[in-house]
Design a binder for this molecule. Structure first.
Ligand SMILES: O=c1nc[nH]c2c1ncn2[C@H]1C[C@H](O)[C@@H](COP(=O)(O)OP(=O)(O)OP(=O)(O)O)O1
Ligand SMILES: [Mg+2]
Length: 211
């Protein structure tokens, strides 16, 4: 039996997406939520890459198995690229997806941000171009080496949420090419276009060509 792939995350939204993606490759995943005694990893890097490596190395060194980690976030043009690497803690101590989404809309409203793009059919305005970024780091404690990939997806921040799927900022992230928010996509559809799906496809490709 092949071992489950250990993913150094406590985010159940990410876990579900990786479980879906790896199931198609005949693999299962396990996350740090299965190891409640494992201490919280301090993500004090300045970049998505640094934080992905910090997470992969912390878990890989502790468990002595290869580990995959994901550091991701949202860059909003009208906010000069914020919240970026601070996306998970944008609204401060004890931040939740709901409080982060509220803070994002509050900041954009405070700046009177509005985009020239056409409003949605129901009149919802688009406030700013935005981009999701995901860096994946695969770390092997046996060699101390990392393999890394990055994926992005472009869209807009809408002035109100739509959809029940996904997690994080998905309900506010509008995809003009699909005329839906990221939270209105199925797992399959999200994987096909998302920063995470994109980064994972690149990592799998790298693994296949290196071996
Ligand atoms: O597909 C996504 N759809 C919506 N929002 C997303 C997505 N991908 C990342 N995000 C947001 C969530 C969180 O605010 C931040 C990630 O922060 P990040 O530190 O990488 O993850 P996390 O703290 O939630 O879990 P963990 O570090 O245990 O993997 O960006
Ligand atoms: Mg985190």
């Amino acid at each position: 039996m092949t071992q489950p792939i250990l993913i150094a995350t406590k985010n159940e939204g990410k876990v579900k997406e990786f479980a879906h993606a790896f199931a198609k490759l005949g693999r299962t995943v396990v996350s740090l939520n299965e190891y409640p005694a494992f201490p919280d990893i301090v993500e004090d890097g300045d970049t998505f890459s640094a934080n992905a490596r910090i997470k992969a190395k912390a878990a890989g060194d502790a468990f002595q198995v290869p580990v995959l980690a994901d550091d991701s976030g949202l860059r909003v043009a009208a906010l000069g690229g914020a919240p970026g690497v601070y996306s998970a803690r944008y609204s401060g101590e004890g931040a939740t997806d709901a409080s982060n989404n509220a803070k994002l809309l509050e900041e954009l409203k405070r700046l009177n941000a509005t985009d020239a793009a056409e409003p949605l059919a129901d009149g919802t305005r688009l406030l700013s171009p935005a981009q999701f970024v995901c860096v994946l780091a695969l770390y092997d404690p046996a060699t101390g080496e990392f393999m890394e990939s990055e994926g992005t997806v472009d869209g807009f921040i809408a002035e109100r949420p739509r959809g029940e799927g996904g997690f994080g900022y998905d309900p506010l992230f509008w995809l003009p090419q699909l005329s839906r928010s990221m939270a209105e996509l199925s797992k399959e559809e999200k994987q096909a276009i998302s920063h995470r799906g994109n980064a994972l496809a690149k990592l799998v490709e790298k693994l296949e060509t290196n071996e």
